[in-house]
Write a protein that binds this ligand. Structure first.
Ligand code: AHM
Ligand code: MG
Length: 349
């Protein structure tokens, strides 16, 4: 009996390497295929996504060895523009995105959760037509306990000259994003993106150092059993949100899942259905999450997959920002689940 037959005999299942069984599609090649050609824009966006992938690999590499290195975990002692304590990983990941885009020639401006003002790369500006908005580490509170984290990004085309350096064009609605996505640092590192032609996921193969296509044209289920919200905030919410949660508690078939990193929670919902909520509170009606580099890119992904994202009052992608770090309530996920929350907000039931 051969070794394989012996294993089969013992009921040991063989783990096959999916990548070997089919043509490996890398991230940059996939972007080119999306645009069916080698136009200048297709090449720019392919190079840009490749750079985002590189930033993801650098962050993933550091996270995977965090417990073995000095100076990776914990706080810096600084407070950012949002009034939140900054972690060392927030600073590292923010700098990683800056350094990979410095060499890209494509991006003139970067705007992130960790920087008060947009960061200009003057040497790229004469030719760099794009702006990258990003949250370098989503779910920072998970950093020191080896739990899932994310990065979120949006790509926008620069409009006009931006001569006063105020980047006012970035305040335009999320409909103006030309690409968006996230990187999920979980048991494996995944990158999910859209350029308005469906939602596609990639898994980092660490031995190749490449993001390889995992699933194309992902569709979110119309309804799911998961509701994902920080119920510790119950006492601070408007009555309509409390009523929705009471409804969930008395209805069969719901499961609570909340990880502290919305990239994880929303990825679960993208794949299995359900709803993620970060509502405003009575004291802070705009909630916690930032519109331009958290809510809007995730809304673009979820809408492209057939789901919905709203503030409770209006579609996230229609919101016009007043400032770069504007916050917004977020209700996002499967169509039917989002409609149910909306109904509680708008009609009380
Ligand atoms: P961060 O980018 O500063 O980490 O904040 C965003 C995160 C989300 O990922 C997560 O859903 C939420 O904040 C958790 O906040 P809370 O601890 O208030 O539930
Ligand atoms: Mg964040």
């Amino acid at each position: 009996m051969t070794k394989a037959a012996e294993h089969e005999d013992k009921g040991i299942q063989h783990i096959t390497d999916k990548g070997l069984d089919r043509d490996c599609t890398t991230l940059s090649r996939h972007v080119l295929q999306q645009f069916q050609g080698f136009s200048a824009q297709a090449q720019d966006l392919s190079a840009l996504m490749n750079r985002i992938g590189l930033a993801g690999k650098l962050v993933a590499r550091r996270l995977s060895r965090a417990g073995l290195m000095e100076g990776v975990l914990g706080f810096t002692g600084e407070v950012n523009v949002q009034g939140e304590s900054v972690k060392k990983m927030d600073v590292y990941a923010n700098d990683v995105f800056i350094s990979v885009f410095k060499q890209s020639g494509l991006v003139c401006r970067l705007a992130s959760e960790e920087m008060d003002e947009p960061y200009y790369i003057p040497e790229n500006c004469p030719i760099g037509r794009y702006t990258l908005l990003y949250d370098p580490i989503d779910g920072s509170s998970n950093t020191d306990t080896n739990l899932s984290l994310g990065s979120i990004f949006a790509i926008r085309q620069q409009v006009g000259e931006d001569s006063d350096g105020q980047a006012k064009d970035l305040l335009a609605p999320g409909n103006n994003q030309i690409g968006a996505g996230y990187i999920l640092y979980g048991p494996s590192t995944m990158l999910v993106y859209t350029m308005g032609k469906g939602v596609h996921s990639f898994t980092l193969d660490p031995s190749l150092g490449e993001f390889i296509l995992t699933e194309e044209n992902i569709k979110i289920p119309d309804r799911g059993s998961v509701y994902s919200v920080n119920e510790g905030n119950f006492w601070q919410w408007e009555e309509s949100i409390r009523e929705y949660i009471r409804y969930v508690h008395r209805t069969e078939g719901y499961s609570a899942r909340y990880s502290g990193a919305m990239v994880s929670d929303i990825h679960r919902i993208l794949v299995q259905g359900g709803v993620f909520l970060y509502p405003g509170t009575v004291q802070k009606p705009e909630g916690k999450l930032r519109l331009l580099y958290e809510s809007a890119p995730l809304a673009y992904i979820i809408e492209q997959a057939g789901g919905r994202a709203t503030t409770g009052e209006m579609r996230i992608l229609d919101v016009v920002a007043e400032k770069l770090h504007q916050r917004t309530p977020l209700i996002i996920g499967s169509k039917e689940n989002v409609a149910k929350v909306e109904s509680f907000i708008q009609n009380g039931h």
